[in-house]
Design a protein around this ligand. Structure first.
Ligand SMILES: [Mn+2]
Length: 683
């Protein structure tokens, strides 16, 4: 019942009460009641006509009847009044109950308000606590900054105290021990500022951090230099938003170096405990036995709680906003595997490359199954900030969704130590329906070293040569993923004695189970311009022996830009393995071509990236001579020429009958060419 209606009823009731009161409370002798009027009139009538009408009319009876009627009426009125009163009382009761309920509600509201006030107080206290923490953190940061300053001063003092000769000695020792200038590195602050190497478009991007997946950063190391390792950790802490960093996992793969405190790296653990902020979870996992990179990473991943794994080398420096672009891609597509742009930290000066290409380089490979770089290509309609397809990855730095990592079969855990695993996972990702991309806005500096300073672990735990491990791992991946194209790997490594490969069954089954595409699909779609050393492209293959019978054409271990030479024929392939292509290129398995352009004869011969445009890389092989520039007088010929006490490779004016200008292919034609030496497979 609505309040208004209740009020109206109550009003009506009150009127009824008033009326009934009026009727019932009149004194008996009042002149206005019906019975008194009757009595009075009856009295006066009776006085006048009593004698005449007495007995005939029966006045007393009438009087009685009227009185009874009046009494009835009165009783009826009384009942009505009582009923009205009852109704009103009932209504009042209801109103009282409503009121009580309202009062109860009010009490509730008050209680809730009190509770809310208490909660507010708690929140305020927490806020005060947080503010204090922030102050503390600022304090800590200031402390760190002071520490940093002291460190800088001490380092400067140390540098000043050391003379040039001593500096050189220390640097040389560093290179011997770590293959980079650890001495210089140790003189630089661990949390140093580094140049922002991103393109402007990247700096302008904003990221939806709240809806991104977190990552666990997994860093495997063996006896890593203190400064390089700590600088890696510091750069992750300082340049990763806390909300994106599930944890840092350090996998100590059997270190025993004294600067880490020996086995179990107690010095490192102590430093982390006392010097690094508690707000970041840093797990240190030590393996007493050498696991090798693959198994060390698996070990780290097994302890990771984040939905994304980010694997990092232990000698890197993450740049500004390095994780956001990577996690953005993986959050949107869990089958995307992402690498950052890897900037160069100079191994001698420790400087970051101050200039990087606007479009980053991406990974590819040569038939020797060496990893190589090539220019990245922005797809039509894409921006410079969009992910770029990368045929392969270098292997040291990448992020992958935990679910996807397991879905595509983690790593080939029968592989040993280090090497080849990066191409294996790259081919597998692409052939089995994933994507491998480089995030152009994510930059991580990496100390590139010329040599690998550590021994590698093999399956039975004994150190083996890096070369042998690399060959074994490469052959495993060739067998599983490259179909018939594996022959070009064996062809390029024809002299390599392959160690036993172990069982391939599991990996081949994995390929079947995942319905992975053939290697030809990979070649056609990811590296369509790659040179394929098949019958259609090659005329000759093998070693090229000079007319002096002793010297062979030799790469001399050079990279692009280096000088090619001649060396005693050793019959081991390697640096002496060349191909003569139908386009007249003299090329190596790692895509270098003999290139010469000198005008003053004799001139040097260089190894350059094959460009496929003929010109200085085109040689006509005729009558046992390699001729450049046609048949005329201007033609130049490859010559093994004595310079001082040494034979050197030159181009010189062609002269028939000069044995130094004649060459024979030891490998013969292709086909038949050298038979690929298949590795021993398990029985
Ligand atoms: Mn590295």
């Amino acid at each position: 019942m609505k309040a208004v209606q209740r009020l109206a009823l109550a009003g009506a009731g009150l009127i009824l009460i008033g009326l009934s009161f009026f009727f019932t409370s009149q004194p008996k002798d009042s002149p206005n009641t019906a019975s008194n009027i009757y009595r009075r009139s009856a009295g006066s009538v009776s006085g006048a006509v009593h004698g005449a009408w007495a007995g005939a009319v029966g006045l007393d009876d009438e009087n009685e009847r009227l009185r009874a009627e009046a009494l009835n009426l009165q009783a009826h009125r009384q009942e009505e009044a009582n009923q009205a009163l009852t109704d009103v009382l009932k209504l009042l009761q209801t109103r009282r109950e409503d009121l009580q309920k309202a009062q109860g509600d009010l009490l509730d509201v008050r209680a809730r308000r009190n509770k809310a006030e208490e909660q507010l107080q708690v929140a305020n206290d927490a806020l005060a606590g947080l503010r204090k923490n922030v102050t503390d953190l600022h304090g800590q940061k200031n402390k760190l900054a002071e520490q940093h300053q002291r460190e800088v001063k001490r380092n400067e003092a140390e540098r000043d105290a050391v003379d040039a000769a001593e500096t050189k000695k220390r640097e040389d020792d560093s290179f011997k021990k770590f293959a980079f200038n650890e001495y210089q590195s140790s003189l630089l602050p661990l949390d140093r500022e580094i140049p922002d190497t991103r393109v402007g478009e990247c700096k302008a991007l904003t990221w939806d951090i709240e809806n991104m997946l977190k990552h666990s950063v997994i860093i495997c190391f063996v006896n890593e230099a203190w400064s390089a390792l700590l600088r890696t950790i510091m750069s992750v802490i300082n340049r990763t938003p806390l909300s994106l960093l599930a944890e840092i996992i350090l996998v100590d793969d059997g270190s025993d170096a004294d600067w880490l405190g020996g086995a179990g790296v107690p010095k490192l653990r102590q430093y982390i405990k006392t010097q690094l902020p508690d707000s970041i979870v840093i797990k240190v996992l030590s393996s007493s036995k050498r696991l090798g990179l693959i198994r060390a990473r698996m070990f780290g991943a097994s302890k990771a709680v984040g939905p994304v794994y980010t694997f990092l080398d232990s000698h890197v420096e993450c740049n500004l906003a390095w994780s956001e672009p990577v996690l953005d891609i993986i959050t949107k597509n869990y089958k995307a595997v992402v690498t950052p742009v890897i900037d160069t930290i100079d191994a001698k000066t420790m400087n970051h490359a101050s200039w990087t290409q606007r479009v980053p380089a991406v990974g590819t490979f040569s038939w020797t199954l060496d990893f190589t770089w090539k220019g990245g290509v922005i797809k039509d309609g894409d921006k410079v900030t969009d992910p770029i397809d990368s045929p392969t990855m270098a292997g040291g730095l990448f992020s992958i969704h935990k679910k996807y990592f397991h879905e595509i079969g983690t790593y080939d855990q029968e592989m040993d130590g280090w090497g080849g695993e990066n191409l294996e996972i790259s081919f597998r990702i692409w052939q089995c329906g994933g994507t491998l991309v480089t995030a152009p806005c994510s930059h991580v500096g990496h100390i590139f070293r010329d040599t690998h300073p550590y021994k590698v672990a093999t399956r039975n735990g004994t150190a083996s040569s890096i070369h042998e491990t690399f060959m074994r791992n490469s052959a495993r991946l060739a067998e599983v993923w490259m179909d018939d194209y594996k022959q070009y790997f064996y062809q390029s490594r024809v002299q390599t004695k392959m160690p036993p490969l172990g069982s391939l069954t599991e990996r081949k089954e994995l390929r079947k189970r995942l319905h992975c595409k053939p290697f030809k699909w990979y070649l056609d779609n990811l590296v369509p311009t790659m040179f394929i050393p098949d019958k259609e492209h090659i005329m000759k293959i093998g070693a090229t022996r000079n007319g002096d019978k002793q010297q062979c054409l030799d790469k001399m271990g050079q990279r692009a830009g280096g000088k090619a030479g001649v060396y005693f024929c050793h019959g081991q392939g390697g640096n002496q393995a060349f191909m003569l292509t139908i386009d007249g290129e003299i090329r190596t398995s790692d895509d270098l071509c003999l290139d010469a352009w000198g005008t003053k004869m004799p001139a040097d011969v260089f190894l350059q990236k094959c460009h496929g445009n003929k010109g200085n890389q085109q040689w006509v092989y005729k009558d046992g001579m390699f001729r450049q520039g046609g048949d005329g007088k201007d033609a130049k010929c490859l010559e093994s020429l004595m310079v001082g006490s040494q034979k050197q490779l030159k181009i010189n004016t062609c002269s028939a009958g000069n044995v130094g200008q004649t060459w024979t292919w030891e490998g013969g034609d292709n086909p038949p060419g050298p038979k690929p030496k298949a590795p021993p497979l398990p029985a």
